[in-house]
Design a protein around this ligand. Sequence first.
Ligand SMILES: Nc1ncnc2c1ncn2[C@@H]1O[C@H](COP(=O)(O)OP(=O)(O)O)[C@@H](O)[C@H]1O
Ligand SMILES: [Mg+2]
Length: 224
Amino acid sequence: MDIVISARNVCKTFGKGETAANVLNGANLDIERGSFVSLMGESGTGKSTLLYLIGGLDRDFTGDIYVGGQSITGLNDKKLSELRCQKMGFVFQFYNLAANLTVEENILLPIEMSGRRVSDYKSKLDYILDITGLSHKRKNYPSQLSGGQQQRVAVARAVIGEPDIILADEPTGNLDEASGTEIMNLFKRLNQENHVTILQVTHSAESAAYGDRVVVLKDKKIWG
Ligand SMILES: Nc1ncnc2c1ncn2[C@@H]1O[C@H](COP(=O)(O)OP(=O)(O)O)[C@@H](O)[C@H]1O
Ligand SMILES: [Mg+2]
């Protein structure tokens, strides 16, 4: 089995002293390359926290996380950021779009940040804008979009660079049913045709059904 993401005995505590909050305590998770895994669990159990750790966006934890066989704990910030830019696409729960950039500039950001030529991605951009229903909004700013549209920009930004791995935090959480279905179909296609590994957090059984495996975060550990 080719394991592309492996979390080993991950422990995460926010804060120190009296207000310290232990969120993860010995969480283990192995994700096979090319699989589509849904992470479920009640609100506040640490799903976003775990996704941040796997994405290398929060390095303050104990245990080990391997991405593509490489321990991210051992990487310096520069190497980690390279790994993230080249291999991973992240859809944030609250979008994290750059307010001063247009829709298309936001989507192209990971291309620019990883030092690739934006001009090589022109037709890819058109395709992604089309599939996410954002073509007519390409010159708009995030503040001019609905929550669902911003979420679709976040998805477009995560997929444009053809990452090996997509980490998506409730990617359909703010979408109407039709848009949610579009995004899930896009994920399914990326997974089946391009063998992109997907780890999505979701509360929806319907969205989870697009994947091939469900794991649950409960009592500070991963089950299933
Ligand atoms: N930056 C932070 N500082 C302190 N506590 C946090 C922080 N981020 C998250 N938490 C706490 O960690 C727990 C898990 O949060 P989160 O990972 O967002 O849960 P989920 O995504 O499953 O709803 C919650 O109790 C939350 O309040
Ligand atoms: Mg969350």
